[in-house]
Design a protein around this ligand. Structure first.
Ligand SMILES: Cc1cc2nc3c(=O)[nH]c(=O)nc-3n(C[C@H](O)[C@H](O)[C@H](O)COP(=O)(O)O)c2cc1C
Ligand code: SF4
Length: 431
């Protein structure tokens, strides 16, 4: 193993302020060469590190590796670089600026599960990531696997793993009914390991420096560091690498601190949960703390909502967006989310019927768990938290437009900011 560096940054070490992708020589200089580790040993080490997936589902990575490794005729390892959460910028930052770190992780994971191919799938709007990845693949030699880079359509549900597999198998980028899950039957019908780019970048460091090093940061239950996209009412929105266990107030400080008093934080992106600001500041970036207020880190997005904005109107926009992103193949998702969005919109516009809130909660319960994928579940989690946190604002919300300032939560293709500018502001904050 190479000599480890301690503290933060880890993943973002050596990131150049100019915005260029890190060269292979620069990458090797910082992290050392790609190590060889026997498949079983790597899976054991990843298990000991406690690494969990960073694409939103928080699944233990070693369990997933093992589930594929025990199968025969394994298909390609798929790097899910779709990053369809509109406020998230971390995966694009990794792919566009640190492509070799992600590719190292994918090559190592391929070795661990017995795959001979890696496919990196990126949204077609992420031209910088596509260029950086293709450039990186062209200068790598010695990888025992074939690596290809593909662009796919944009849209919230196109990043769901069965949708990515469906697309790569020649179908539309829509989720399919599971089982079989991709680890059983994925690309070309073969068992397929699918991981988020950050998960693989973390795995590349665990392979080099070991699980004890990985656990030097973070908490016992949540070891290591995480990339968090912090945006909204903060001075310097961007992607930050932080140790698990970092207090929420330090996260906000890492992004320059709030620009005005905050009323709420949205933790985990649009499948996430609003938390009242007074409850949020006492939390740490740790599963246990987040669970105590009913949320999780999801895809690593934190949005600060200032007092000048209206949580009701911002939530109504997001709910309407999520309803528009249904792949349209499951009735409860297609019709239920539209009805929920219209109902929430009526509350926001002050034209709701007296029992609208109760009806809305009933519809949320009806829709939960009724889709082929988790799109409806994520959407109703967001809606229920908005009803809870903005309950007072919802009562007698003014008819027509309220006079709050728009917070401009990003929707669709308007991501937080292009990775170039995010990177200028990238900071690493030690525990
Ligand atoms: C609607 C929806 C959209 C998703 N979009 C993404 C995405 O853009 N990128 C991603 O890595 N995971 C996304 N996921 C999660 C993936 O299905 C999958 O869990 C993940 O890629 C696995 O990688 P991990 O174990 O490294 O987190 C999405 C899930 C859902 C339900
Ligand atoms: S739940 Fe919604 S997004 Fe998921 S597959 Fe069904 S229609 Fe598509």
């Amino acid at each position: 193993m190479s000599a480890p560096h301690h503290g933060l940054p880890r993943l973002l070490a050596g990131l150049e302020p100019g915005g260029a992708p890190m060269s292979l020589a620069g990458h090797t200089h910082i992290h050392g060469p790609l190590p060889y580790i026997a498949p079983d040993q790597l899976i054991e080490e990843v298990g000991r590190s406690g690494l969990r997936g960073r694409g939103g589902a928080d699944f233990p990575t070693a369990r997933k590796l093992r589930a594929v490794a025990v199968r025969r005729r394994v298909g390609p390892v798929l790097v899910n670089g779709s990053e369809t959460e509109p406020a998230s910028a971390k995966d694009r930052l990794l792919l566009a600026r640190l492509p070799h770190l992600v590719l190292d992780g994918a090559v190592l994971a391929a070795g661990a599960v017995g795959a001979s191919e890696v496919i990196v799938k990126v949204g077609e709007g992420a031209a910088d990531a596509l260029d950086a990845l293709r450039g990186a693949v062209s200068v790598r030699d010695g990888d025992r696997v074939r690596i290809s880079v593909l662009a796919g359509p944009e849209g919230y549900v196109t990043g769901e793993e069965s949708a990515v597999v469906h697309f790569l198998n020649g179908g539309p980028a829509k989720p399919t009914f599971v089982p079989p899950r991709p680890f059983e039957r994925g690309i070309r019908g073969r068992p397929t390991l699918i991981q988020n780019p950050e998960t693989l970048a973390q795995l590349a460091l665990v392979a080099r420096f070991g699980s004890s090093w990985y656990r030097e940061l973070g908490t016992l239950a949540d070891p290591g560091s995480a990339l968090v996209t912090i945006t909204g009412s903060v001075r310097h929105p961007g992607v930050y690498e932080l140790a698990f266990g970092t207090p929420m107030s330090d996260l906000l400080d890492a992004a320059g601190g709030p620009v005005e008093p905050l009323q709420a934080l949205l933790v985990g992106g649009y499948f996430g949960t609003w938390v009242d600001a007074s409850n949020a500041v006492g939390l740490r970036l740790a599963r246990e703390d987040l669970r105590s207020v009913g949320c999780s880190l999801g895809s690593g997005v934190l949005i600060a909502l200032g007092e000048s904005a209206c949580g009701v109107h911002e939530s109504a926009r997001v709910i309407s967006y999520l309803a528009s992103q249904s792949a349209g193949q499951c009735g409860p998702c297609l019709y239920g989310l539209r009805a929920i969005a219209d109902s929430f919109g009526a509350l926001a516009d002050g034209v709701a019927e007296p029992r609208e809130r109760d009806r809305l909660l009933r519809w949320c319960a009806d829709v939960r768990g009724r889709g082929a994928c988790h799109h409806p579940d994520g959407a109703v989690r967001f809606v229920e938290s908005a009803l809870r946190v903005f309950a007072r604002d919802l009562e007698g919300h003014p008819r027509g437009r309220c006079d709050a300032l728009p917070a401009g939560l990003p929707l669709g293709d308007s991501a937080v900011q292009p990775p170039g500018s995010a990177n200028r502001r990238t900071r690493a904050l030690a525990r």
